[in-house]
Design a protein around this ligand. Structure first.
Ligand code: AMP
Length: 399
């Protein structure tokens, strides 16, 4: 069989997501996830030709071991001869990377420098790049950055109202994340609305464990809710999103250390913090249906804050054609979508209950029934496919 597939690697802080994808069709020949890396119960699950398998990893296995096992799997099934390149998700590209690039020594040192801005993610991404380069040394390696899509934001959107020297000397600014997802769903939304993306304005809400929204004008990001780090903006699974910056000194006066404040805001807040139940939206929704007051509170705050953000993002757009829901919550929670749309009737949005209930588990489509004004659309995201497409494009351009 001729070469046609791309290996996509997404190294998270304690996980490795991988896939072998046909960039033309998006078909995944192999996909999988190694979880709990660095912990006793590290494991690797994969689906090959639609058959699911689980492999226990050595206790405390790290990214390098997980990738080594993935490479063995690829070789055992004679898949490596079909690969044209390896695409890596890289979380932080700073201001340097406005698009995907072929990885060189200079790119590696720039990603390493950016680790100060993404200490959990960029070092893991680099391990993925180094291990894959060794294992597949004849294949081009490509970096696809979460931040790149948002590099079109104007300075009024990306600057904080802080001393300018912090931006000039320490690159303190808003970068935004989930760029690959926001890009993908906006392209898909234009197809659904059957208009060129240059004539369309969207607000896309990526609602998963991490949540962010982006204002997209004619296909370009003009504002987004995550900032210097992925903590700013919407309320998330365990992250607080926006808080009063005065909170830090207040918590310090209560005796909290920097590490404790960081953990409180990143790991103990959001849906988990308010519900006192779980960060898993499914569990909170079950409790909400049973009238659990904490679950009601958590979902009310989540939806109210999201609706307020959506309303404010009409400012950079002027005209709004559609709100896009994606990510685990956005793609599956008809309850949250309905609550948010009901808070936005001022824009003429009206929910179609039947269509809203049907849009889940990978089903996409318009879920509003208003004749005029913006629509709401559910679109399953596919960041891996974008990484495969960018990789294939760069490999062909550089042949
Ligand atoms: P992600 O990070 O995109 O994988 O999304 C994870 C989030 O999606 C978790 O909060 C899950 O609880 C949520 N999620 C997944 N399936 C559903 C569902 N059927 N209903 C509500 N939330 C869901």
């Amino acid at each position: 069989m001729s070469q046609q597939y791309v290996l996509v690697l997404n190294c998270g802080s304690s996980s490795l997501k991988f896939a072998i994808i046909d960039p033309q069709s998006g078909h995944e020949k192999l996909s999988g996830l190694a979880e709990c890396l660095g912990l006793e119960n590290a494991s690797l699950k994969y689906t090959l030709n639609d058959i699911k398998q689980t492999l226990p990893l050595i206790p405390n296995a790290e990214h390098t071991q997980a990738i080594t096992i993935l490479v063995q799997l690829i070789n055992e099934h004679q898949l490596s001869s079909q690969l044209i390149g390896v695409g890596h998700r890289v979380v932080h590209g700073g201001e340097q990377f406005t698009r995907s690039v072929i990885i060189t020594d200079e790119v590696i040192s720039a990603i390493a420098q950016m680790s100060t801005l993404a200490p959990l993610h960029n070092p893991a991404n680099l391990i993925g790049i180094q291990t894959a380069t060794k294992a597949f040394n004849s294949l081009p390696q490509i970096a696809v950055f979460d931040t790149a899509f948002h590099q079109t934001m104007p300075s009024q959107a990306y600057l904080y109202a802080l001393p300018y020297s912090l931006y000039k000397n320490h690159a303190v600014r808003r970068y935004g994340f989930h760029g690959t997802s926001h890009y993908f769903v906006s392209q898909q939304a234009a197809k659904i609305l059957q208009k060129p993306i240059s004539n369309l304005n969207f607000i896309s809400a990526h609602l998963g464990n991490g949540c962010s929204i982006t204002a997209i004008k004619s296909g370009k990001s003009v504002d987004t809710s995550m900032g210097l780090t992925p903590l700013e903006g919407l309320m998330m699974g365990t992250r607080s999103g926006d808080v009063d910056p005065g909170l830090f000194t207040f918590l310090a006066s209560l005796g909290y250390t920097n590490i404790q404040i960081d953990e409180l805001l990143n790991k103990k807040s959001g849906l988990l913090g308010l519900s006192e139940l779980s960060n898993d939206c499914r569990i909170i929704e079950e409790a909400y249906e049973k009238q659990d007051p904490q679950a009601i509170l958590a979902l009310d705050v989540f939806c109210y804050r999201l609706a307020k953000y959506i309303a404010s993002y009409t400012v950079p757009l002027g005209q709004l054609d559609a709100i896009i829901f994606t990510g685990g919550i956005g793609e599956n929670s008809s309850l949250i979508r309905e609550k948010v749309i009901n808070l936005l009737t001022i824009f003429g949005l009206s929910i179609d209950h039947d269509k809203n209930l049907l849009a889940r588990f990978g089903q996409s489509g318009i879920i509003t029934n208003n004749k005029k004004g913006p629509q709401a659309i559910v679109i399953p995201t596919n960041e891996e496919w974008v990484i495969a497409l960018d990789t294939a494009t760069l490999v062909l351009e550089n042949k």
